[in-house]
Write a protein that binds this ligand. Sequence first.
Ligand code: IPD
Length: 268
Amino acid sequence: PGPVPGELLEIAVRVAREAAATARRMRDEAIGDVQTKSTDTDVVTAADKAVERQVVDALRAVRPDDGVLGEEYGDNAAAVPGAVRWIVDPIDGTVNYLYGLPQYAVSLAAEVDGEVVAGVVRNAATGDEWTATRGGGAWRAGRRLSCSTEAVLGQALIGTGFGYDPRRRAHQGQVFAQMITRVRDIRRMGAASLDLCLAAEGRLDAFFEKGLNPWDYAAGGLIASEAGMVVTGLNGAPAGPEMVLLAPPALFEALHELLTELDASGGP
Ligand code: IPD
């Protein structure tokens, strides 16, 4: 028999809680070195690295044969059929973390044969925690989640985010400028994994972003989808770096059309 999603989730939750505690403690005590990655605005702290190391070690201790894809240390996953690959973002919302804004999270998902089967996102600042297993629903604090039922784009609150590459940002800014008159409002809160969880519980009606990495959306994507959201890319493509689009079924067509009209997946 293959790995059981519920058992993987149990491990994920324990590991994410320990990781979130470390992130929180390092935030309170000493963030450590702050370096830049892809561009001057793309930061990584010593805490990002320490937390990912802790997550990998904790997973290895109980499941030594699994692969791990992580934001800071990359992919060491062997493509073995039926094997588990963990996808980890040790601190999503690193800029919020740097500034002490309480919107940063540990995101941990378990994938089997390219399909995410279990995921947890834990806001390390507040302790809020969202979980899901494939087919088992999305949950927070013992409550099963369901997404918004909004059907009118002009009344929808849309979440999004911006990448770190200035040329990509310029294009995303143009999309933002044109969209803002067509929807209720737009939120940019700075941690994609948390945006997806907020969408799962109807605190955002929908979300889109170009340029996300799997560690940003693997766990949150499952949580949103288990809460009833359509989670995809554009034109029938799966969610991916080109576009992650989430909407309730009744809003999907209209938002998809607007994103296509605005060429939201275009640009660098
Ligand atoms: C970033 C956040 C942000 C999103 C960026 C991501 P990081 O992740 O999720 O909300 O807009 O695209 O790179 O760098 O804080 O882990």
